[in-house]
Design a protein. Structure first.
Length: 286
């Protein structure tokens, strides 16, 4: 069923030609500040104001990193016996061990973007702390306003809106400020790295991996030299095709499919998104 739903919206055949231009330097103005309160009906795409770096035209793959759960653990009330690295906007942040070296590695071997489902002004502060000057190497830094909103809550988290990270927005250059031409990135050269498998449900299979969430464990070494995720990405960097590699080399949490115990719920959410998208397309002027 999942494959049929994905196929219905045309996610499995993204056009690509060798003549499509890759990432290029681009000047981006300051994005307008928005409220920290999340409006599930607002899906405008507002990129963070970051400097786009000069990058090579080599065919580096694009990795899209989640923030909370992958690079850090961000909580409201940390345990008494754990001291966070920093408090930002009233939240405690625990940086994942080896995060600095991991980010340097990623920026050397891949093109890198950040996509968090948190609110823009907080994402900007967290990334400033985590990356410092390395932030200039990001091709983009997206937030909750770039996610696909639904009218559903996340299972097990009442009042937490369920959102998706639809990679088509990158492949189709949904934001005109993205520093590449439409079609340059697609399902063969893009990988989403997120600790929430449901956020990838609108994407083709095998375009994401789902490491287990970081929970302020200072013995965690997944990002370090010889760590599971770093070793995996070292292999991916030299692979010909992201989807083929991920399919042959499963990693982390299992992707959500029709075998998942909550598939009935997720299929309802997907159907709702598809109907909404079809209606929106029908309303467009011809």
């Amino acid at each position: 069923m999942e494959a049929d739903l994905v196929k219905e919206v045309g996610l499995t055949n993204t056009d690509q030609t060798d003549t499509v231009s890759g990432p290029t330097p681009s000047d981006k103005g300051n994005s307008e500040e928005k409220s920290d309160s999340f409006d599930a009906n607002v899906t405008n795409d507002v990129s963070l104001a970051i400097g786009i770096p000069p990058v090579s035209h080599s065919r580096k793959k694009l990795i899209v990193l989640d923030l909370n759960g992958i690079l850090a653990d961000i909580v409201y009330a940390p345990p008494n016996d754990h001291a966070p690295d920093v408090y930002i906007a009233g939240r405690a942040m625990f940086k994942r061990p080896y995060c600095d070296d991991f980010l340097k590695f990623c920026c050397e071997r891949f093109e890198v973007g950040i996509w968090s489902s948190r609110h823009r002004k907080n994402v900007e502060k967290f990334i400033d702390y985590l990356m410092g000057d390395m932030k200039r190497k990001l091709l983009f830094c997206w937030d909750s306003s770039d996610c696909t909103a639904t009218r559903f809550d996340t299972p097990g988290h009442k009042n937490k809106p369920l959102v998706f990270k639809d990679l088509r927005k990158l492949w189709r250059k949904h934001d005109p400020d993205l520093p590449w031409e439409k079609g340059y990135y697609n399902e063969s050269n893009t990988l989403l790295i997120d600790d929430s498998p449901y956020k990838a449900l609108l994407n083709p299979p095998h375009t994401a991996v789902f490491p287990h969430s970081f929970k302020f464990d200072m013995n965690d070494n997944i990002l370090g030299e010889g760590g599971d995720l770093k070793v995996y990405l070292e292999r991916l960097a030299s692979a010909d095709n992201v989807r083929n590699f991920v399919e042959r080399n499963p990693f982390g949490q299992i992707a959500i499919t029709k075998r998942n115990q909550d598939w009935g719920f997720y299929s309802q959410v997907i159907d709702s998104c598809l109907r909404s998208e079809l209606q929106n397309n029908a309303d467009l002027p011809t």
